[in-house]
Ligand binder design. Sequence first.
Ligand code: GLN
Length: 566
Amino acid sequence: MKFIFVYGGVMSGVGKGIVASSIANILSHHDFNVTCIKIDPYINCDAGTMRPTEHGEVFVTYDGGETDQDIGNYERFMNKDISKLNNITTGQIYKKVIEDERAGKYLGNTVEFIPHIPNEIIRRILNSSRGHDIIVIEIGGTIGDFENIPFLFAAKKMELTYGKENVIHVLVTYLPIPPNLGEMKTKPTQHAIMKLNSYGIEPDFIITRSERELDDARKEKIAKYSNVQFSHIVPSPNLKTIYEVPIKLEEKFMGNMIIDQFKLQKREIKWGKWIDLVKNIKNPQKNVDVAIVGKYIDTGSFTLYDSYISVKEALVHAGAHLNIGVNIHWINSKDIEKNPSVLNELKKMNGIIVPGGFGASGVEGMIMTIKFARENDIPYLGLCYGMQLAMIEFARDVLGWDAHTTEIKQTKYPVIDILPEQKELLKGNKYGGTMRLGEYVAALTRGTMIFNLYKNSHRIENDSKRIDEYRKTAQFRVGITKDDDVLVLEKHRHRYEVNPKFIDDFVKAGVKISGIHRRKDGINLVEFIELPKNKFFVGTQAHPELKSRLEDPSPLFMGFVKACSE
Ligand code: GLN
């Protein structure tokens, strides 16, 4: 096995995750079996409880992990499922070491920071690496962060254990161009190299992120300072789309340089559809305007879109396949509540999305949005909360009920509610056990629009392999009857469900239930709905955006973007 460690110098947020994903993408296209691991130095055991406006989206893995959004980048760039085990945090490491100590597993030894913490890190890395040729390990934050010390130790130790020919170190730095100088500065990069050297780590490659292309004079300076070959200083300037990064890095021979250093047999790169898809993203035949109306958009005086990064990328993927550019308009649902005339902006839109969310703030603004979409027949896609709120809106407006979700309020018509067994858990404050997390299987209703969208993709075939695996392990998630022949897997992260008590009323009033999850106890959970009266009005309890990749877009997003263009 070959290991590539990716570190960040200078500052975070410069696209280290995209660089790591791009390296993995290139090597996958060179036909190696690659996986990625993200190390997060925080003490949280996972990203599940973290605020999205601070930390970005919580990405859910097929096996029910609540992980860092970079895991989403890896999946999108590699077209591959990544397990929750591939997101390692300081919290997990210490928890395991302390549990082992309490269980007497250290046999009387003193348990110490060195070597026990790095040893546990290495154990986890090796565990996730099994079965792969090359493993890309991205270390979160920057090398100067205190919390990163044990991970840097672990990286050095792996180099000593497995040899230089099996471990590559990549430093991603940032080259600022201060506006008052107008000149690209290399000094912060020099400091970052020095810092990495102080842990005994010498970078093999330095990827320089910058607004403009790095020139040879500065490249020379960095090479000299770091003792890294000139050709191993690889510029990665800002591009129109992140999906072009692997192409540009490969133009600078990134793949072959790594393959050479690892002394691996060269294999010709096969890009498949990647290059054409990137061309479509850069120069689409036409454009559509889509509003995303969410509640996690504001953070202090800044606006942040990372909370919905998978939704944004899923639109890009569908657009790339349809050769349609999607201009996203971010609208804060709390602004609609304060000033309903903001709804007028929606008139100009070709489509509207209400994404996932938790809690009361901004909810009425989202419900107003959904009513607007339904009444004006603007293509609508409701994702998780976006579907639950669509049901509430329909119940209020069409059925005339005083309806709500019990997440926010008890009413006479709790159309979105929690299951009885979850109520019991909540009484004991056991919130963790009450979420539906990871992949669940849905049986689709033949003849519905959603059925057709999935049927015309290769998703049903793809998912069938894993459904068979699930069947073998007899997971409770798979409730299937003999007659359910069309099954798909989508990822979930939610606690509340469409209340089974009201389903018949919804159906009578014109809501089509296009897919359900059958539980073994006989309860059917609503997974997909559509309003056949509208051109495209679709909701899902799942998060289909979390399974969308550039090379394998989400069928629902394909249907949505197509509807927007019509
Ligand atoms: N708050 C809702 C629930 O818990 C929806 C969650 C979501 O959109 N991810 O069921």
